[in-house]
Ligand binder design. Structure first.
Ligand SMILES: *Cc1c(COP(=O)(O)O)cnc(C)c1O
Length: 493
């Protein structure tokens, strides 16, 4: 067949050769990941020097060479969140099938914005959404959309909540013509996405009521109700309450059933931010902890966290998906598609903020099948057990103090023996010491953890969403932490 001469096409023979080579180097990389440092010690400046500062190449370079040099560049200079001793923030090790799925998805390259552009990919995303709903134990009639991550999943739901609960003219007239200010409620440990949402969508950050937490760090639902009542009396319009299922610092799950009851009493939208924690609802022993999930009007969850999908994959689930269509559907003249409400087709551009959309469903869909429900129950339960083990070892160690343990997050501190700092300086010294310790450990490359501040205590924090971590890793980490703690204490005191 006649082929156009061009610099972008790669012949079948070449593609195979390069592809096999790349897969070979990736398999070596993944197989050896536990022997590598968790992160690079190079500074941003040194990394820039590696890239050089030549200008944009005028002429092309062979793809073969590029792939070989770039693989090495990435393997040697990255933070490896797939390393068994990586426990920072909430970033999981990525299921290898996700890497293959991304290659396959990019090769077919469906645009999952419109059904006509992505016939089978749209169906796969639909099934993925249905399975995710089933996974966390809500009715499979929930609908939704895959997005880039937790922030986007929460934003997508925030706007749907507003369309559902604000005066009907809000889409046409905007916020300036609503007579009452729209108010949202969440616990004080809610993730920063809600600030961004309030700013981005024109509500302003003063429209958020940060409700205090009780002694177990759950939203105090009595204060929630009291605040809603006061706001109504003062002429505000409450519209949304956010319950958190697994807060970022300590993994606490709000009393979702109680939050739901308040929402019902005041006709408010009940949203759950389950970006991190809600997949744990698949574990039977934890059913009680997540009671009330099935009442949510919308839920955010992140397959790129506890479902081990490679970045990026978030998901918004909505009890009545019509609220997404009401919010996001438009009918431009240049789309001759049958729209979602009509011919039985479903166009994902009508479900969220994106128009052209990649096929991120594939990696989630494949992992759900490769691992299966039972496989996930085992993985998630083991992550939780490992986190408890971490907390136990910290509690037993004479130089460590365990502060909290929930889901797969443990927080703890290093406390030197025979600390001779006087009482009033003690708290301050321990905070400085533990802050320095987090920074030292993060830079060292032996393990990676992050921090949390709990009741003014600066803590180390490990979040295990990592299928490669073993008990031995945890035992070794305790030693690494204590050793680094002793060394720092000697330096500082
Ligand atoms: C991680 C997280 C987010 C943000 O999600 P991204 O995927 O980083 O955008 C929001 N809320 C909670 C509870 C989270 O754990």
């Amino acid at each position: 067949m006649d082929k156009r001469e061009n610099s972008i096409e790669i012949s079948k023979t070449e593609f195979r050769k390069m592809g096999y080579q790349l897969i070979d180097t990736i398999s070596d990389f993944l197989d050896d990941i536990s022997n590598q440092p968790v992160t690079t010690t190079k500074s941003p400046k040194e990394l820039q020097q590696l890239l050089g500062n030549s200008s944009l190449p005028k002429e092309g370079v062979s793809a073969d060479e590029l792939l070989a040099s770039t693989s090495k560049l990435l393997f040697d200079n990255s933070l490896l969140n797939g390393h068994p001793k990586f426990f920072g923030f909430i970033t999981s090790s990525a299921a290898p099938i996700g890497a293959l799925a991304d290659l396959l998805a990019a090769s077919v390259n469906p645009n999952v914005g419109g059904q006509i552009l992505s016939p089978i990919a749209t169906e796969i995303e639909k099934q993925t959404i249905k399975w995710l709903a089933e996974f966390i134990g809500v009715d499979p009639s929930y609908g939704g959309v895959l997005v880039s991550g937790g922030n986007m999943a929460n934003f997508t739901a925030f706007l749907a909540a507003r369309t559902a609960k604000a005066p009907k003219n809000i889409k046409e007239d905007g916020l300036s013509n609503t007579s009452k200010q729209l108010i949202s409620y969440c616990s004080k440990s809610t993730h920063t996405w809600i600030d961004k949402a309030a700013i981005l969508f024109g509500h302003g950050s003063n429209s958020i009521r940060w409700i205090p937490t009780d002694s177990s760090n759950k939203m105090n639902t009595q204060i929630l109700e009291q605040t809603i009542k006061e706001d109504i009396e003062q002429g505000y319009q409450p519209f949304l309450v956010v319950g958190t299922a697994g807060d970022v610092s300590t993994g606490v799950v709000d009393n979702l059933e109680a939050v739901s009851a308040v929402c019902k009493a005041y006709d408010l939208w009940f949203h759950i931010d389950g970006a991190y924690g809600i997949p744990a609802a698949v574990v039977l022993d934890l059913k009680e902890l997540f009671r009330g999930v099935e009442e949510a009007d919308s839920i955010a969850l992140d397959p790129h966290k506890w479902l081990y999908s490679p970045l990026e994959a978030g998901c918004t689930l909505v009890k009545n998906p019509k609220h997404l269509i009401d919010t996001y559907s438009s009918h431009p003249e240049y789309y001759n598609f049958s729209l979602t409400e009509e011919g039985g087709s479903l166009n994902y551009f009508e479900y969220g903020l994106q128009n052209s959309r990649g096929f991120r469903a594939l990696k989630v869909w494949l992992a759900l099948q490769q691992i299966g429900r039972d496989g996930y129950v085992k993985l998630i339960s083991e992550d939780i057990a490992l986190s408890k083990y971490f907390a136990e070892l910290a509690a037993q160690h004479p130089e460590l103090e365990c502060v909290t343990q929930n889901l797969s997050i443990a927080t703890f501190r290093y406390i030197p023996r025979n600390l001779e700092v006087k009482d009033e300086k003690r708290a301050e010294y321990l905070n400085t010491l533990n802050e320095d310790l987090v920074n030292t450990l993060q830079a060292g490359g032996e393990l990676f953890l992050s921090n949390a501040i709990i009741n003014e205590k600066y803590c180390m924090r490990t979040c295990i969403v990592n299928f490669r971590t073993t008990k031995k890793d945890i035992e070794e980490c305790i030693e690494i932490i204590v050793k680094a703690g002793r060394k720092l204490h000697q330096l500082l005191s």
